[in-house]
Design a protein around this ligand. Structure first.
Ligand SMILES: Cc1ncc(COP(=O)(O)O)c(C=O)c1O
Length: 378
């Protein structure tokens, strides 16, 4: 099987990741729940993973790397924990439902008003719009680093400057870019960076987290066991425990740490160049096939390794099923949890077939996928 659905989750993981999970399952006690060797081993592995991630994302303090079960939980925590009654929030048409639905919920529950920077039919946004949308009640900009549908990127330095200038919170969804594109929280003025572990960080599913700028006050989504200050009725505030009630996914976090180590050892740039090359070769060929329409901005220097397309007016699910059954190629059709992006592209009815590439894909696989699309078009 040729797996080209890496934007959903990376199926192929470095062997080190699998080994780290197996080792953890054999050796790990419960972190911060005792001082025996096994509990200490868990604490050590988890702290090392915090250090690796804080270094990767330019987070000023490893203890401000918070583990969650995925980026959805991280985004919910950041959005619910910092946006108050009557606030105004700016987001974009490029967002995933993990950003949109928490915002829509706040619209209903806390009378939060929302503005969206529109995307054009190529899926790109106009940066001037961020400033135009600011009102005296604006509290935050919440935006993605990379669209999971088109692969278009957002210039975080530019948006971060706007957020800083207007003293707005800047919450970023790095689900599609973490581990592939350089992210520096300080340079980009990011207050909370949300990431998922199971995509380009090569960790297991059930891992993810958020990097929090020191000094921010985030109301936790959940409270409970913390291993410290047991007799207090209020969950401790200090991070990371303040946002991590309950036993952590230590086994998964061990795998995530191995994934980040693999990226560092291999070189993020090396990984990015390989993935970009695969996506570029695929794009250059398929965009010439009669009847194929590709979505997104391919003039951009930098883009996530995603190519979304449609074949004539076939439903995207039919094409994706044909690729799976006739060619053993895994892609993702449909709406990709990105309703506003599909509305902007005009693909609500048809959806789109998304091909997404990773380090473990080869150029031969790309050529097979190109041949498959040529045959299907005929
Ligand atoms: C841009 C973006 N944001 C958020 C998410 C949610 O990630 P998870 O399901 O791991 O929480 C995804 C996953 O597809 C995504 O692509």
């Amino acid at each position: 099987m040729i797996y080209l659905d890496n934007a959903a989750t990376t199926l192929r993981k470095p062997p080190e990741v699998i080994q780290a999970v197996v080792n953890a399952m054999n050796q790990m006690g419960n972190s911060a729940r005792g001082t025996h060797d096994e509990a200490l081993a868990a604490s050590r592995i988890i702290y090392e993973t915090r250090e690796l991630l804080s270094d990767l994302f330019g987070c000023p303090r490893p203890d401000h790397v918070i583990f969650t079960s995925n980026s959805t939980e991280a985004l919910n925590t950041a959005i619910y924990g910092m946006i108050s009654q009557g606030d105004h929030v700016i987001s974009t048409d490029m967002e995933h439902n993990s950003v949109l639905r928490p915002l829509y919920r706040l619209e209903r529950e806390r009378e939060v008003s929302l503005s969206f920077v529109p995307a054009d039919e190529g899926g790109t946004i106009c940066y001037e719009e961020f400033e135009r949308q600011i009102t005296p009640r604006t509290r935050a900009i919440v935006c993605t680093h990379g669209s999971n549908l088109t692969g278009n990127l957002v210039d975080l330095v530019r948006v971060g400057e706007i957020a800083k200038k207007h003293k707005l919170l800047f919450i970023v969804d790095a689900s599609q870019t973490a581990g592939v594109f350089p992210i520096d929280m300080e340079k980009m003025h990011i207050d909370v960076l949300c990431f998922t572990g199971h995509k380009s960080l090569f960790g297991p599913q059930g891992t993810g987290g958020m990097c929090v700028r020191p000094g921010l006050d985030i109301v936790p989504l959940k409270v409970g066991g913390s291993g410290v200050r047991t007799y207090e009725k209020i969950h401790p505030k200090e991070l990371p425990v303040g946002l991590e009630a309950g036993t952590l996914n230590g086994h998964g976090i061990a795998g995530l740490g191995a994934g980040v180590r693999f990226i560092k050892d291999t070189g993020m740039e090396m990984i990015r160049r390989h993935e970009e090359k695969l996506a570029r070769v695929f794009y250059e060929e398929v965009c010439q096939i009669p009847g194929i329409q590709v979505y997104g901005d391919f003039q951009a220097d930098c883009r996530a390794p995603i190519v979304a397309l449609n074949l004539k007016d076939y439903d995207s699910s039919e094409v994706s099923d044909e690729l799976a059954q006739g060619y053993s190629i895994a892609t993702r059709p449909g709406a990709h949890c990105a309703p506003r992006m599909h509305q902007a592209l005009g693909t609500v009815e048809q959806g789109a077939v998304r091909f997404s590439f990773s380090w473990f894909n080869t150029i031969e696989e790309v050529h097979t996928a190109i041949r498959a699309m040529k045959e299907l078009s005929q």
